[in-house]
Design a protein around this ligand. Structure first.
Ligand code: HEC
Length: 157
């Protein structure tokens, strides 16, 4: 039993070091320290798989940028995403958000937010990111509206 625990924490430490190496972005240790993965999360699916329906292209219409939604999306980012994502190009734990909607479809982004587990298990692009980051993004339990607001905020980045 004791050896088991020892091994597990060693492996955990190794993964953490690898992660910081792979996704530390600018590579400054201070930044990496600041954005530690929340305890218990990150290495494995944090929550039970979400039952949210997958979002399809028809579910989202992007009109003119709606400033009220942008503000709400930014608040959500500040509270629930900022620890792992920058709004620039640099990686923290996860990829930077700059230009997100030039490389991802809005429905893909919403599914990554609302159906994180399913995306990491089935979507090739999401899995590519996981290979680079080594940390599974935990589902942040956002409502569909919250996720839509985050997309609106991303349109400004
Ligand atoms: C504990 C760290 C963590 C938190 C908190 C987090 N993410 Fe992530 N996110 C990741 C990682 C790591 C990835 C890359 C995929 C993977 O490894 O699981 C990612 C990937 C993504 C992607 C895909 C990025 C791309 O370029 O393909 C989106 C979109 C995303 N996250 C949105 C969010 C939103 C929105 C929030 C807040 C509600 C959030 N994330 C909170 C770690 C996190």
């Amino acid at each position: 039993m004791r050896t088991h625990t020892g091994n597990t924490s060693l492996i955990g430490l190794a993964i953490m070091l690898l992660t910081l190496g792979a996704c530390g972005g600018s590579g400054e240790p201070t930044t990496a320290d600041k954005y530690k993965v929340p305890s218990g999360g990150g290495m494995e699916p944090a929550n039970s798989p979400s039952k949210a329906a997958m979002i399809s292209e028809a579910d989202i219409t992007l009109g003119e940028v709606d400033k009220a939604l942008v503000e709400k999306g930014k608040s959500t980012y500040d509270v629930k995403c900022q620890a792992c994502h920058s709004i620039g190009e640099n990686r923290v734990v996860g990829p930077g958000w700059k230009g997100m909607l030039t490389r991802r479809k809005p429905e893909w982004v919403m599914n990554m937010i609302l159906n994180t587990e399913a995306m990491l298990s089935t979507d090739a692009e999401a899995q590519k990111q996981l290979e680079q980051c080594l940390v599974r993004m935990p589902n942040q339990n956002l409502s569909k509206d919250d996720a839509r607001n985050v997309v609106e905020f991303m349109r400004t980045l």
